[in-house]
Design a protein around this ligand. Structure first.
Ligand code: CA
Ligand code: CA
Ligand code: CA
Length: 633
């Protein structure tokens, strides 16, 4: 298939061809990122057997070569071991045994990972890890000390709901009830928590802050018909001014500088799909926005226009008071991209969380990436990380389309989140389903995704993890019947299992504020309650304590964020895998079940980093709803 045909096929698959106008004008899909093609790297894998015990010769046999089971590799004495080395392709799984004194076939006594050999015994197993996962491109860096975004742990600070550091900027919008109104949080409050060391205590080294631009102090009807304020930041009425409820530009710059001084990066949320109708730019440049009317009716997303139609999804208005940018107009696009670049320059931020990606024209992203590469990164010497929100769980190709070196670095992995919620929190299906999904998901995207289980648009995760798991919330429930904190340990323990997965696999794990303490809440706006700082109960403290450990473990072990993942053992309720980057190897065992279990494949002798205790493998016991993170000792 020629280059142009391949590109066209991709566009057709993703967007259909019911209306070619926008496709032709705005989409120019590129070839898949070549950095995602397996490199075919090979590297040596070293095998050792200890001297002593009357052993005078050792041979290595295995599937590392076509004749590896019949023609052994002699192992030579090196120090206190017999040793041999074979070349293997990166990621190759090698099954092997040692032959002692020319006759006794044994497993590797130092390796807890084995599998049945088909004739009643077991082979030892190892995976060749030549360094980095071949499908995760090395981050583009401009200086050798640049931040490696694969090591990021991201915390979403919902500014209005986090910490009130300056009561002088408080102010409610008349006619709006408390849950939908401003509640006082601000940038000074974030600085206060930064200086207390709160983020560092969780291992967090990157913050996502809600949209910083000015929103109007007027009510707007939400999708439930109730009056809301712009406390969330997504109704920008002045593109250049900071929101006065959050502070001044100087305060925001102070926040960024103080975060940087602690090695913490800052991402701003940027909402480029629409503005509020009070934004003067709408009257000044009516041709920069899609008209609300379309084919003789109004085109509100989900009301007259389709959220998912390839054409309508880009031009529909989220509500009747949020005019939608028409980025097929080059002047509109240039103005908006200029504005995004200006916020980078005036605040010194390190990345963007980009809102509602599938509702904008792709050229906006391509233009921004070019500007960042030519104007920002050469000055900072750091890669500017851009992670997108595409609210889509069923079709991974919709997310993947926007990921690549000329567009987004990654997206929030909604499809993975859906599988984790089903398998680890709601406990439907089996862990085999999770393993099957990961087999393709691990290398699906040519970039660096952000992994998560909770965010501001979905039910608070603690309820998804209850004994009777919630699937959704009832209409009106966020207002009329907000749920209270579960008073038993199981949901918090299930969240602990899910967070252990996020913090021991690749991708940038995202912590939504409050999820570290199982903050309760139904849907929007109840999933955005003010952060609870005092009066935490034992279950909340235990979950936060676990996250503090996981944050430290992830930062101490490069295998967890840049390594190759290999499944060790799966059952209906348990799952074990090993992460290795060649220099570092970490074993992870998860038990989602409500009964104790045993998991094999662990090191003969290891340390459980979550409990700081020695554990003997290869089989380890797993209490109900528990996880272990083990390194060999
Ligand atoms: Ca305040
Ligand atoms: Ca305002
Ligand atoms: Ca749009």
């Amino acid at each position: 298939m020629s280059r142009s045909l391949a590109a066209l096929a991709l566009a057709s698959t993703l967007f259909g061809c019911s209306d070619r106008r926008l496709l032709d004008e705005t989409l120019s899909p590129s070839e898949p990122d070549p950095s995602c093609v397996p490199s075919g790297t090979t590297c040596p894998v070293v095998f050792r057997y200890p001297l002593g015990g009357g052993v005078t010769s050792v041979e290595l046999r295995g599937d590392f070569a076509p004749d590896g089971w019949t023609k052994g590799v002699p192992m030579l004495i090196e120090g206190s071991h017999f040793q041999a080395e074979v070349q293997a392709l990166d990621g190759a799984k090698i099954r092997y045994k040692f032959v002692l004194n020319g006759k006794d076939w044994v497993k590797d006594p130092k390796n807890g990972w084995s599998e049945p050999d088909g004739v009643g015994a077991e082979n030892s197993v190892v995976v060749a890890a030549c360094g980095f996962e071949t499908c995760v491109p090395e981050p583009p860096t401009l200086n050798p000390d640049a931040f490696d975004w694969r090591s990021a742990i991201l915390y979403f600070v919902f500014v209005d709901r986090f910490q009130n550091g300056d009561p002088s900027n408080d102010g409610a919008v008349p006619g709006v009830a408390g849950p939908a109104n401003y509640q006082g949080g601000d940038w000074r409050g974030v600085i206060d928590k930064l200086e207390e060391g709160y983020f560092e205590s969780l291992g967090v080294n990157a913050l996502w802050l809600t949209v910083p631009q000015d929103n109007p102090s007027v009510p707007g009807a939400g999708s439930d018909g109730r009056p809301y304020s712009g406390y969330h930041g997504y109704w920008v009425s002045d593109l250049d001014r900071p929101e006065e409820h959050f502070g001044t530009l100087d305060t925001l710059k102070e926040l960024v500088d103080k975060a940087h001084a602690r090695g913490i990066k800052v991402l701003l949320d940027y909402a480029m799909n629409h503005v509020h109708e009070k934004n003067p730019i709408v009257a000044e440049h009516p041709d920069w926005f899609w008209p609300l009317s379309y084919d003789g009716h109004s085109c509100v997303c989900g009301d007259g226009c389709d959220w998912n139609d390839s054409y309508q999804q880009r031009r529909c208005w989220f509500t009747s008071y949020l005019p939608d940018w028409n980025f097929t107009n080059p002047a509109a696009r240039a103005y908006s991209v200029d504005n995004a670049v200006a916020w980078i320059e005036k605040t010194g931020i390190d990345g963007f969380r980009l809102d509602a990606v599938k509702h904008i024209e792709l050229e906006w992203l391509l233009d921004l990436r070019k500007r960042v590469a030519s104007e920002i990164e050469p000055k900072t010497g750091e890669h500017f990380y851009m992670v997108g929100e595409t609210f889509e769980s069923g079709n991974r190709d919709v997310l993947k389309f926007y990921v690549g070196s000329d567009r987004l670095d990654g997206q929030f992995d909604f499809p993975l989140r859906a599988v984790l919620a089903e398998k680890l929190l709601r406990r439907t299906g089996t862990m085999h389903d999770l393993d099957g999904f990961l087999a393709s998901n691990d290398s699906y995207y040519p970039g660096l995704m952000s992994t998560f289980i909770g965010n501001h648009d979905i039910l608070r995760t603690v309820h998804v993890a209850e004994d009777q798991p919630w699937d959704a919330w009832a209409p009106g429930q966020p207002w009329d019947a907000p749920p209270s904190l579960p008073k038993y340990a199981a949901p918090f323990e299930r969240l602990g299992v899910a967070y252990t997965f996020l913090f021991t696999t690749k991708g940038v794990p995202l912590l939504y504020y409050g999820d570290e303490i199982g903050l309760p809440g139904a849907g929007d706006p109840d999933n955005r309650r003010f952060m609870q700082w005092e009066g935490l109960d034992a279950n909340q403290l235990a979950l936060r304590g676990l996250l503090e450990k996981l944050g430290k473990i992830r930062r101490d072990h490069s295998a967890l964020w840049r390594g190759v993942r290999s499944t060790l053992e799966v059952s209906n309720d348990t799952y074990a895998y090993v992460m290795s980057d060649g220099a570092d190897t970490v074993y992870v065992a998860l038990n989602r079940g409500d009964a104790s279990a045993s998991i094999a494949g662990m090191p003969k002798s290891g340390r459980d980093l979550l409990r700081d205790v020695l554990v003997e493998g290869p089989s380890v016991s797993m209490p109900p709803r528990s996880a272990r993170v083990i390194v060999a000792e």
